[in-house]
Design a protein. Structure first.
Length: 254
């Protein structure tokens, strides 16, 4: 789908990491962008740094009214045609740890943010896109973010792997549901990436994680994720599929 001067995107988790890189890439391509992130995030500062058609909408992706408010903000900028869901948490915890079973509330929170939050954005964005005039045959494109943990869940990733595996399972079903509306749905499953989740790790730990990747033997860059998102938007035959972006990494148990 060709980005026109009227095209607007929403990006969840857009104030940092993969989301920030995507916001910057889409803005540079001439797209209006609404950054969805928590009020405590640097979303407002990022919007102020970029084009006047980039705005910040404080959002908890689990809340219908807040996501809808962001979609309404997109409508004021132009026509919403792109949604990218990068918001997520990776709270660790074994099914049965030293303190007993994983707390159900801890598990539920990860599922609610990563999976329910993603679906909340998907459904509301699709509802807005369905009324668009087609551009290159598309009324809209939704790109969701999973993880290779969906396939290679490690020790302590029960909640995270569950949430990301569900997004993988959602991809084809959602693409088929929305095909008659002219809306494509794709998912990217990144490997180990240079994101804020990694920022607190010692340099030797990050180097060790990068060395596990067959080629290139390093952590992935958020700009590489954003480049893939841009290609998905541009390529009309990419629909209903999950793309691993991991340098051929298959994660070990721990």
């Amino acid at each position: 789908m060709h980005i026109t001067p009227d095209t607007v995107a929403i990006v969840t988790g857009g104030a940092s990491g993969l989301g920030e890189a995507t916001v910057r890439r889409l803005s540079a391509a001439g797209c209006g962008v609404v950054i969805l992130d928590l009020p405590s995030s640097p979303g407002e500062a990022l919007a102020a740094e970029l084009d006047e058609r980039v705005v910040f909408s404080p959002t908890d992706v689990r809340e219908e009214s807040q996501v809808q408010a962001a979609i309404d903000a997109a409508a004021r900028l132009g026509t919403l045609r792109i949604a990218v869901t990068c918001a997520g948490v990776a709270t660790p915890g074994r099914v049965l740890g030293k303190k007993g079973p994983l707390a159900l509330d801890a598990y539920r929170t990860v599922i609610d943010i990563n999976l329910v939050g993603t679906f909340n954005v998907l459904r509301l964005a699709a509802a807005a896109m369905a009324g668009n005039e087609p551009v290159d045959g598309d009324r809209g494109v939704v790109v969701m973010t999973a993880s290779i943990a969906a396939y290679d869940g490690q020790v302590g990733q029960a909640a995270y792997a569950s949430s990301k595996g569900a997004i993988v399972g959602l991809t084809l079903s959602a693409a088929r549901d929305l095909a008659d509306k002219g809306i494509r749905v794709m998912t990217v499953a990144p490997g180990t990436m240079e994101t804020p989740m990694m920022a607190g790790l010692p340099e030797e730990t990050k180097a060790s994680l990068g060395a596990m990747v067959p080629h290139p033997s390093r952590l992935g860059k958020p700009t590489e994720f954003a480049s893939l998102v841009a290609h998905i938007i541009d390529n009309p035959m990419l629909n209903g599929e999950v793309i691993r972006m991991d340098g051929a990494l298959r994660m070990p148990p721990r």
